[in-house]
Design a protein around this ligand. Structure first.
Ligand code: IFM
Length: 464
């Protein structure tokens, strides 16, 4: 019990606390030291694709301000910091010579983190593909997977001595489905066939890069980060159930199944009319080589009808992007992954929410109680999963800083630290203080009155 009489939950010793960001969303400096344009540099120039017509030219100016950012992380007490490396800085032509001047930035960042006692947790690909490769078909081109492995080698040769866990991809689902099927993200294509092809080449890239990581840094751990969206049917109607199964396979099983040697979900592959043309002999073995850690990104659950995801009504607790806030689905998701696939270690590599940040006039403090509740209640679910034997290694909040939220531009604020985009000043929000205290205590007090989240709408496909 805490001083206030409410229950205090404590995490196991060694539980890793930290935050996550990605290169395009925070770095800025798009042409510094020989960096080439990424697909996102090009995509953001297209009319009407980004809600506020913004781009990543300055973003949080992290390339110039990284020392201040690391100092702030240190002040907040982070154990680990997840960031991504921009392929365009390291191999500007996509393939070919390494640009050492571009790698210098990550070299400095990693040293700065290590000196501050913070574990660097890099991701090799968080969506910003060299545009020269996008012009050759991007991830629909098998060659991109081999280029990714070569780029991985260039990074590992320089930085492999100082990183204990290498993550290959962030959310291949989003790259394949939102980039090549729905067109919301770069490169903005709308073809199911391209999405299927991209999904396989991304996983092949993971497998090929995994081999390089194993051979260059055999003592490091191999990881991949997948996003999951637990899905429930809107009604008992058979059509809603069938639609939910397709979405569940596409959103939740498409990547984790082949990673664990089960191949792509066959019924859904058939539903999409996929002929597996892109799958060559040996690919599935490469893809299913053992990983050491599964990174899990979770934000919301979705309710599915035959028309797709049902929009949330005003009565549903949701964030400013309309995503339902539903911590119980995280607990269910973690137990499902552990039961079905049993990865040796699991970590929340992203979880967070954009909420209105109310600034109180007198003190100027940024009051974001909804974000505190979000993080607290999701961490509570992680804690419950640990008690049930799920090997959860840590939690990285998305995000350290307010940043460029892709097609949404700078509108949604996910940061526990506010960024003033005019002055680039960083101002920790109340959630940063709460998080820092939780890190110091390795736990936190639960509220006396828990938030009343919605119950199940339909059966979860994660219970079976
Ligand atoms: O901002 C993104 C991040 O780049 C990938 N995962 C989801 C976040 C919030 O949409």
């Amino acid at each position: 019990m805490s001083d206030t009489g409410s229950a205090f939950i404590e995490f196991p010793e060694g539980f890793v606390w930290g935050s996550a960001t990605s290169s395009f969303q925070i770095e800025g400096s798009p042409t510094l030291d020989g960096k080439s344009p990424s697909n996102w540099d090009v995509f953001t120039r297209k009319e009407g694709v980004i809600k506020d017509a913004s781009n990543g030219d300055v973003a949080c100016d992290h390339v110039r301000l990284y020392k201040d950012d690391v100092a702030l992380m240190s002040k907040l007490g982070f154990d680990a910091y997840r960031f991504s490396i921009a392929w365009t800085r390291v191999v500007p032509d996509g393939v070919g010579p390494t640009n050492h001047a571009g790698l210098d930035f990550y070299d400095r960042l990693i040293d700065e983190l290590l000196n501050a006692g913070i574990r660097p947790f890099p991701t090799l690909y968080h969506w910003d593909l060299p545009n020269v490769l996008e012009e050759k078909g991007g991830w629909t081109n098998r060659e991109t997977a081999y280029a990714f492995a070569d780029y991985t080698e260039a990074v590992l040769e320089r930085l492999g001595d100082r990183v204990d866990t290498w993550t290959t991809l962030n959310e291949p689902y989003v790259v394949a489905n939102l980039g090549y099927v729905t067109g919301e993200m770069a490169p903005g294509h709308t073809s199911r066939a391209e999405g299927l092809s991209a999904s396989h080449h991304l996983m092949l890239g993971h497998g090929l890069a995994g081999e390089r990581i194993r051979s260059i840094a055999p003592d490091s751990r191999l990881a991949i980060v997948l996003n999951f969206t637990p899905s429930e049917p809107a009604s008992d109607a058979p059509g809603d159930h069938a639609a939910t199964q397709v979405i569940h396979d596409t959103d939740n099983r498409w990547y984790i199944d082949p990673l664990h040697g089960r191949g792509y979900p066959a019924e859904t592959a058939e539903h999409y009319g996929w002929d597996y043309n892109e799958v060559h002999d040996g690919d599935m073995e490469l893809i299913s080589q053992p990983i050491d850690l599964l990174g899990i990104n979770y934000y919301f659950r979705q309710i599915i009808s035959t028309d797709g995801a049902v929009p949330n009504g005003p009565d549903v607790i949701q964030n400013t992007m309309g995503w339902e806030v539903h911590p119980p689905s995280l607990g269910r998701l973690l137990r499902w992954i552990h039961r079905e696939y049993a990865p040796p270690a699991m970590m929340i590599t992203e979880n967070g929410c954009p909420m209105p940040d109310e600034i109180r006039a007198d003190s100027g403090q940024i009051i974001d109680d909804d974000r505190i509740a979000y993080v607290r209640d999701h961490l509570h679910q992680v804690h419950g999963a640990i008690e049930d034997g799920v090997p959860m290694e840590g939690y990285l909040v998305w995000s350290m800083l307010d940043n460029f939220e892709w097609a949404w531009g700078y509108g949604p604020t996910f940061g526990i630290v506010e960024v003033d985009y005019d002055t680039l000043e960083r101002r920790p929000k109340k959630s940063a203080e709460w998080y820092s205290e939780a890190i110091a205590a390795n736990g936190f007090a639960l509220p006396e009155t828990p938030v009343a989240y919605r119950g199940p709408i339909g059966p979860s496909l994660m219970d079976s």
